[in-house]
Design a binder for this molecule. Structure first.
Ligand code: GTP
Ligand code: MG
Length: 370
């Protein structure tokens, strides 16, 4: 193919028809969206619009900037499991996580966690585990779905005095959709009205059959208040994770997910990131959705400064130009200028999506009356 339609060129470059037609006119080519242009012309336009032409293939900025290559077997190293704690509102997810981190003395890291952070790593019997909290509130479906997707194991917290509730069912569905194993923690066992047998019965309706009944679901009765059963729960998490032989490549540029993000009055946008592959370094340029910036400082959940964070490590970073969206992917990239271009392009795409299809409707009159 030594020619390409103008509309096709625009969509391959993820540009609007208007942008491409404008650029063509600027270069003395009077063409409309439905016209076909030769490849040499397309190449000139592509270069001008920030894309690159390789062997007659137009490569978008995104493809040039973001490395999606597969890791080689020999580059993979073991990584910590990422565990999401899910369940209905008030069933004790945050309490369980608080208990685990407050009792994390075995890791030798004195001084508890000072501020709330939705993701942190602890060491259990010398083995690191990364935990993510999810809210049980109805409004947070997307976060629970995303939480299940970026994790390896789900702990489903069910209060022994309450039973299976709507967000319990939703959490089960998210974990199943993500294909991750579910370990059930029947919580609040210290309460006199706790009824674990009833909960086990209820769980079978969702194909979660306890091991003691011949099924495959690990069920741990616990109390996040007294700490009862939490040790064996953590052992089960480690066993379940071991079977997955989780690995990643620490020697590539980082990519992962934004766990949460907010605007801090003094420090600007603050984001909690989970590195899923590669290593994030202080000073790296990162792009997350339509936010771009340089990692000015990184801290862990204990407020300790880090200069790098490898696979499965959650970190809080400052330095983004704006607040990224929770759940967005992030990528560390080599070219800040191109990253800014890509962000502009994504913003334009979002705008176009809001304004409906523009491409096909653009006429020359439209262009000159703008
Ligand atoms: P959301 O984040 O709002 O979905 O709630 P959550 O699941 O994080 O629950 P949270 O840990 O905030 O606990 C809710 C309430 O249950 C709090 O008042 C806790 O003190 C109480 N609670 C949590 N675990 C236990 C437990 O094991 N025993 C008893 N008695 N109370 C508990
Ligand atoms: Mg909570």
């Amino acid at each position: 193919p030594d020619e390409i339609g103008v509309g096709e060129l625009a969509s391959r470059m993820k540009k609007t028809g208007a942008e491409v037609v404008k650029c063509l006119i600027k270069n003395g080519v009077m063409a409309s969206l439905s016209d076909v242009i030769d490849f040499d012309t397309a190449a000139i336009i592509a270069e001008e619009l920030g894309c690159k032409v390789e062997k007659e293939i137009i490569v978008t900025i995104e493809e040039r900037l973001i490395d999606v290559s597969e890791d080689k077997e020999e580059d993979l190293r073991p990584r910590a499991p990422v565990v999401v704690v899910m369940g209905h509102v008030d069933h004790g997810k945050t309490s369980l996580l608080d208990y685990i981190r407050s009792s994390d003395v075995a890791s030798g890291e004195a001084g508890g966690i000072t501020q709330h952070i939705g993701a942190y790593q602890v060491s259990v019997k010398g083995q690191p585990i990364t935990f993510l909290d999810t809210p049980g509130h109805e409004a947070f479906t997307a976060m629970r779905a995303r939480g299940a997707m970026i994790t390896d194991v789900a702990i489903l917290v069910v209060a022994a005095d309450d039973g299976i509730m709507p967000q319990t069912v939703e959490s089960i569905n998210h974990a199943k959709a993500a294909g991750i194993p579910i370990i059930v923690a029947i919580n609040k066992m210290d309460k006199p009205e706790a009824n674990p047998e009833r909960i086990k019965q209820q769980l079978t309706e969702y194909e979660l059959v306890p091991e003691e009944w011949g099924g495959e679901t690990i069920i741990c009765p616990i109390s996040a208040k007294t700490g009862m059963g939490v040790d064996s729960l953590l052992e089960m998490v480690l066993l379940t994770a071991e079977m997955q032989e989780l690995r990643a490549n620490p020697d590539r540029s980082a990519h992962g997910a934004v766990i949460e993000a907010r605007l801090d009055k003094g420090r600007g946008p603050v984001a909690t990131l989970l590195v899923q592959n590669g290593t994030l370094h202080q000073g790296d340029v990162i792009i997350a959705g339509t936010a771009v910036g340089r990692v000015r400082a990184m801290t862990n959940a204990r407020g300790q400064k880090l200069t790098e964070a490898g696979p499965s490590v959650p970190v809080e970073i400052i330095g983004m130009g704006e607040v990224p969206g929770a759940g967005d992917d992030f990528h560390a990239v080599a070219d800040e200028r191109m990253a800014r271009e890509l962000v502009e392009q994504r913003k334009q795409e979002n705008k176009d999506r809001l304004n409906g299809p523009v491409g096909q409707k653009v006429t020359l009159e439209d262009l000159f009356s703008q």
